[in-house]
Design a protein around this ligand. Structure first.
Ligand code: SF4
Length: 459
């Protein structure tokens, strides 16, 4: 068992027994569940919208090379610089070089899971650069020294009392502040940082191929400030974020808002197509776009798992997953948690070390049911298990157990050889692990085959 797997099991067992954690998660997911149906009302046929979005992502991913080249050609013409990074190390080196060139001491950052994936804040800290998270949820997590708990709502596991206590400890505020007052405190701290920062970093919700732009969707205006106030704007985006055309945003923006937070559209929707142009008054002097692979082409090369690159990171599958709701986001110890995290992490970080996540599912299919772009998540989890076994990542006991089971299942006479006591022993004692989380299996006195024979003879 890998180290990650052992740690995952230990953390999951702890969280699953934590009633307070469950109360907070149920409360916050309950609020989400209440508003999503309202967001869906804006679509005449929400299923058709999801289907169309899936088809558009299919088109984008099947033509990824051409789409990215079109993006690069268009945005470069307007003065942005595009950098292709094969892995996290290359992306960090490039960011380090830009920051050194700009003599950057303070950097503002908007919410971006891909910068979590490359551990950007830790890297910047090592370079002596102060990196400030400007999304409120991310800022709370940064103050607490924790990674995001959820891909859309990073501090979902904290109550308002938890946040007030944290602000009191870290910023010396009154522990009884209301959520509105806490927001004003954060706003006060962050506003000063935008003016100080030499560099602003954002992610991209979508990379728009036809016009050469990036689309950012948010509710606080912090991403817009991060990309327009500092003199240098760096975008870090996974290559799969591409969509064919700006016109497609008419579908993707409302879809992401509805499945992400139950909104019809988020408060701020921004398209950036380059640095400040001549005669423009706002915007950065320079813009860099780092297109990150970091294992995504492994997924692209895999015909079955390729579909997982359609993900628009709405977080709906996390909110619907019975496993996620019980064990929480941090137990996964991966940047991307929940069903989509369990599908892509083994491909991004290595099947041997991370295959256990694909087993952390009841295969109930709820994730597939709610996915904004209709990714067959539960089938991809099964596919990962299949690949892990094909690659030889299964124990001797498991392989032997299934071999025997297959032989027995294919031959009635073999199945009839063992009586009830033997069958009970095989399942409850020989197949170690069966009883760990289940009650003992009790075979009936007579098998179905015996009962059939008694009733109908050998027909
Ligand atoms: S897999 Fe689907 S439901 Fe899950 S985050 Fe991605 S788009 Fe949303």
């Amino acid at each position: 068992m890998s180290e990650h797997s052992q740690s995952f099991i230990a953390k999951s067992a702890d969280k699953a027994a934590d009633r307070e954690h469950r109360r907070k998660i149920n409360f916050n997911i309950g609020k989400y569940n209440a508003v999503v149906p309202k967001g869906k009302e804006q679509f005449i046929n929400v299923n058709l919208a999801r289907e169309k979005a899936k088809n558009l992502k299919w088109k984008a991913i099947e033509n990824l090379d051409k789409m990215l080249e079109s993006f690069e050609a268009k945005i470069t013409k307007r003065g942005a610089k595009v950098i292709w990074a094969e892995d996290a190390k290359q992306a960090l080196e490039e960011i380090g070089k830009i920051c050194a060139e700009k003599n950057c001491k303070t950097l503002v950052k908007s919410k971006s899971m891909v910068t979590e994936e490359i551990h950007l804040n830790k890297f910047l800290e090592g370079q002596g650069i102060e990196s400030i998270e400007t999304d409120l949820g991310e800022y709370i997590q940064q103050l607490d020294g924790e990674p995001p708990y959820h891909i859309v709502t990073p501090a979902m596991h904290k109550s308002k009392e938890d946040v007030a206590k944290l602000f009191a400890e870290k910023l010396g505020t009154d522990p009884k502040l209301t959520p509105e007052q806490l927001t004003l405190v954060a706003r006060d701290v962050l506003r000063k940082k935008y003016a100080e920062a030499e560099v602003g970093i954002t992610g991209a919700n979508f990379i728009i191929a036809d016009i050469g732009g990036i689309a950012i969707t948010e509710n606080e205006g912090n991403a817009r400030l991060s990309c327009s106030m500092p003199k240098t704007h760096i975008v870090v985006a996974g290559i799969e974020k591409v969509i064919p055309s700006m016109n497609d945003l008419a579908l993707f923006w409302p879809l992401l808002a509805t499945y992400g937070t139950g909104q019809k559209i988020t408060v701020y929707s921004t398209i950036v197509t380059g640095p400040r142009q001549e005669k423009e008054t706002d915007g950065p002097d320079e813009m860099y776009v780092i297109l990150l692979d970091n294992g995504r082409t492994n997924i692209l090369a895999n015909e079955k798992s390729r579909e997982s690159l359609y993900c628009i990171r709405c977080g709906a599958c996390l909110n619907a997953c019975p496993v996620y709701k019980n064990i929480g986001g941090h137990s996964y110890e991966a940047t991307y948690s929940g069903p989509i995290g369990s599908v892509i992490t083994p491909h991004l970080n290595g099947m041997k070390e991370w295959k256990h996540l694909s087993y952390a599912s009841s295969l109930c299919g709820n994730c597939t049911e709610v996915c904004a772009v209709k990714i067959n998540l539960h089938e991809l989890l099964l596919e990962n298990r299949h690949e892990a076994v094909d690659e030889g990542d299964s124990s001797f006991a498991e392989r032997t157990g299934w071999k025997l089971w297959k032989q027995a299942m294919l031959k009635r006479s073999l199945m009839n050889m063992g009586n009830r006591t033997i069958k009970n022993w095989v399942v409850n004692t020989l197949l170690k692990g069966w009883k760990e989380h289940r009650s003992e299996m009790e075979f009936p006195k007579k098998s179905f085959n015996q009962m059939w024979k008694e009733k109908y003879g050998n027909r």
